[in-house]
Design a protein around this ligand. Structure first.
Ligand SMILES: Nc1ncnc2c1ncn2[C@@H]1O[C@H](COP(=O)(O)OP(=O)(O)OP(=O)(O)O)[C@@H](O)[C@H]1O
Ligand SMILES: [Mg+2]
Length: 805
């Protein structure tokens, strides 16, 4: 089989043009022969020495290449195996033997016969060649490692050859490069040259592969991330699906509820819209919770549910009587109000507002009205509400937003026509977060409240059928716009007798019941009850009284538990301290002695009437007037007026004409925690000053109230009933009142009025005549004259500079 190379100058062989592959010597290649002419050439070769010449055609797509379309250098191969396939094609395995160049080519209708000249070139061994061989070897090793399509073990084993020519051809056969490049290698005859060309190619290819790799790495990373996310998402979906089984059912349920809730058209649309959004959201997501909460609120407020109103006035009257003692005027007024609401189909009524001191039954009247009219009752305290959002809610864009109190209360009521009590309207304040009273105005205004807008709910809600009642302790701090819409019903404090009736008829029974006592367990006689009222409470209403009674009941209940169900306890003034502890209030005034500069005034405060003492001291000085005790502007002006009056009467009072120049005067109204204002302390301050200046004590058993003018006239004041009740509670029986208030006596309960000795006065002189221990004779001689221009000014305590001269 060995060819004698010296002799083999040229050889005549059948030739096959091949496509897409360049055959190198030493290379084993399988291929299929299909063209008829090629089959014939093959058969010829098989019949002879099984040798054939293979050359690559320029263009793989050409079926019948002409001789000039075939590369001139090819390889003589030995056919190792040939198999005829069923379709007539022949599959052959050939082994490259030597490169050869075409000398001439005969084309007999596509069947080529070629005369070729084999090419043998050798390179003499040299260190450079050796170095080149090892370089190519190591490059090729790297190349195979990087290449993904070559099997490392197999390929490296295949090229483990020493001879440079053979090595270069084997490597060339294994390179994954273009046909052109391969053909070029085939046509590079000198082995060393071929090797260095291969080294260049390998360098380049390795670089390309490295680049590919890093790009691929990046691509792969991206792919991985995307895949990971996809995977996790799918998994999440699966979990959610697992968890949210029945979610569909739940949404259907919600839909049903929405349809059944009787919402307004807007609200219904809004709810359905929200439901649609909810369906799109993953069930466990934060936003779906928000969405769900919103829908729950929409469903929770009453849209159509109503209490059946009772319009029977007789029954209403009965209920009011059952629940409250006294309060005749108020009850009447309430019944009138209800009557109007019955008659007028769409009552554009005023809002009721109960005003009065604590514990006089404002809240419980509201509850009674609810009971009398068959409505539900809800109560909202506005004390300290300073933010519009508390009334109207926060927009849903805020995290944790909720509807405002109005809507929350409507939810609580569960019906759209409850009695809605707004407690402490006067204690609502305003700050930078918006004015809550403006929002409240909208709530209370029948013109507007059928389309009340809560920021959270974000749909109009109809408050028209709600029966609003406000309560307040005083009216002067209620914003005027609000007050304007209200029908004010004033509740005043109770007399001792009224308190004891309320206690006997209501409080006592109520507390016995809640302590679980039976009637025979506890008897509290009248004396004990009035001792409780007088010595343990001092208030306009009955709240503390109720508390004290509850105290007694609890103590007795403990005894009953200890000593048996049949225990009978009698509470009397003698043993009452066992139940209520030491006296909280005693008739302190009775123990007091009359003092210089100390006058007792009657004041009207939020908690009802109060007695308020005024103290004055006079010391050597330069004409300073200091006022302390948290006095408001009006009260300070009263003090100035009083001072001017005294200066104008200095002669009659037996004082030097310029007495004030040599002294400092300090007026103090104790109980500093209570801010005090109003003009009604005028005559009290004047009396206190006069006493301090003349050194004549003020009677300890006299209380007074009235405004003073510069000329010393006494003007009428308000809150007469509360003030007298307070004086009565304090054990005072002589009072000085402005003459013009005489008409108010009709309001004063008879039992109280008859206890008092009342002096109605017109001028300050008369006050002093009654109030001071010793009369000042000169005062009756001359009526007050025009005042001298005042030089006294009230001063702040901190400001110690004299304002005179
Ligand atoms: N005329 C009355 N008849 C029967 N019970 C009364 C009467 N007045 C008040 N009460 C009872 O006194 C207690 C306190 O009354 P309520 O809570 O209504 O006072 P209020 O006027 O609302 O006070 P506040 O201004 O502090 O809210 C209640 O238990 C109430 O039933
Ligand atoms: Mg109340």
């Amino acid at each position: 089989m060995l060819i004698n190379r010296e002799k083999a100058e040229t050889r005549r062989l059948p030739m096959l043009p091949i496509r897409d592959v360049v055959i190198f010597p030493y290379m084993m290649t399988p291929f299929v022969v299909g063209r008829e002419s090629s089959v014939r050439a093959l058969e010829d070769a098989l019949a002879a020495d099984k040798k054939i010449f293979l050359a690559t055609q320029h263009d793989a797509s050409v079926d019948d290449p002409k001789p000039n379309e075939i590369f001139q250098v090819g390889t003589i191969v030995q056919i190792v195996q040939s198999v005829k396939l069923p379709d007539g094609n022949i599959k052959v395995l050939v082994e490259g033997q030597e490169r050869a160049r075409i000398v001439s080519l005969n084309d007999e209708e596509g069947y080529f016969r070629a005369v070729v000249r084999p090419i043998h070139q050798k390179t003499e061994p040299s260190p450079q060649l050796e170095a080149l061989v090892s370089r190519v070897n190591s490059l090729f090793e790297q190349y195979v490692k990087l290449s993904q399509s070559l099997n490392y073990e197999v390929t490296i084993a295949a090229v483990r050859v020493e001879e440079p020519g053979k090595l270069s051809d084997t490597i060339a056969a294994n390179l994954q490069i273009g046909i052109e490049e391969k053909q070029e290698l085939l046509e590079t005859f000198e082995p060393a040259e071929r090797l260095s060309r291969i080294a260049d190619i390998l360098d380049l290819e390795i670089e390309k592969l490295n680049m590919d790799r890093s790009i691929q790495g990046r691509v792969k990373k991206q792919m991985e991330r995307a895949q990971r996310e996809y995977y996790l998402n799918e998994k999440l979906k699966a979990i959610q699906k697992e968890l949210g089984r029945g979610e569909k059912a739940e949404l259907d349920e919600l839909k049903k509820k929405i349809d059944a809730a009787g919402m307004t058209k807007d609200a219904h649309e809004k709810a359905l819209q929200e439901l649609k959004r909810l369906e799109m959201m993953p069930p466990m997501s934060a936003e779906s919770t928000v969405s769900r909460n919103y829908l729950e609120w929409l469903l929770a407020v009453p849209w159509k549910k109503k209490s059946k109103e009772i319009r029977d006035l007789a029954r209403a009257e009965q209920v009011l009587e059952q629940d409250h003692y006294g309060l005749e005027k108020i009850k009447e007024r309430i019944l009138e109000y209800l009557a109007v609401r019955n008659l007028v189909k769409e009552p554009r009524g005023q809002i009721l507002c109960f005003v009065g001191p604590p514990g006089v039954g404002k809240t419980s009247l509201g509850m009674s009205i609810a009971r009398a009219t068959g409505r539900k009752f809800v109560r909202l305290s506005l004390g300290g509400v300073r933010d519009e959002a508390e009334i109207r809610g926060h927009r849903r864009t805020y995290i944790g937003a909720l509807p405002g109190q109005i809507i929350q209360m409507m939810k609580k009521a569960g019906t759209k026509n409850p009695v809605f009590m707004l407690d402490e309207v006067e204690k609502m304040s305003m700050d930078f977060r918006g004015d809550p009273s403006a929002a409240l105005l909208e709530v209370l205004d029948p013109e507007q409240n059928h389309m009340f807008m809560d920021h959270y709910l974000d749909v109009e809600y109809d408050l028209y059928q709600v029966f609003f009642i406000c309560t307040a302790n005083v009216t002067h701090t209620i914003p005027p716009a609000l007050l304007d819409r209200m029908e004010v019903l004033r509740l005043s404090g109770y007399t001792e007798q009224e308190k004891s009736e309320i206690a006997k008829r209501f409080l006592f029974k109520k507390q016995m019941k809640s302590a679980g006592l039976r009637e025979e367990n506890l008897r509290l006689n009248d004396e004990a009850l009035s001792a409780t009222i007088q010595n343990y409470t001092r208030e306009a209403g009955v709240r503390n009284l109720e508390r004290e009674i509850a105290n007694i009941c609890r103590k007795v209940a403990r005894k009953v538990v200890k000593e048996g169900r049949d225990l009978q306890v009698r509470v009397t003034p003698e043993n009452i301290a066992d139940y209520l502890g030491i006296l909280k209030f005693r008739d302190t005034l009775a123990e007091k002695t009359s003092e210089v500069g100390l006058a007792i005034g009657l004041a009207w405060t939020e908690v009802g009437g109060q007695i308020l003492t005024t103290e004055t001291t006079v010391m050597d000085g330069k004409g300073r007037l200091t006022l302390t005790g948290k006095l408001g502007d009006v009260m300070q002006e009263s003090a100035q007026a009083a001072m001017s009056y005294l200066r104008s009467r200095s002669h009659e009072l037996g004082l030097d004409r310029d007495f004030y120049r040599r002294m400092d005067i300090h007026v103090h109204v104790p109980e500093g925690a209570i801010p005090k204002d109003g003009p009604s302390a005028g005559i009290t301050i004047a009396t206190s000053l006069a006493s301090a200046l003349t050194k004549i004590p003020v009677r300890k058993d006299v209380a007074m109230t009235g405004e003073i003018t510069l000329r010393g006239k006494v003007l009428p004041i308000g809150g007469m009933k509360e003030k007298l009740l307070a004086a009565h509670r304090a054990g005072i029986r002589t009072v000085i009142l402005p003459k013009d208030n005489e008409k108010d006596m009709a309001d004063i309960p008879e039992p109280i009025r008859k206890d008092f000795q009342i002096h109605f006065v017109e001028i300050m002189d008369q006050v002093l005549q009654v109030a001071l221990e010793r009369p000042i004779g000169a005062l009756t001689e001359r009526p007050p004259e025009a005042p001298i221009a005042t030089e006294f000014k009230p001063e702040d305590v901190s400001d110690q500079e004299s304002l005179t001269h």
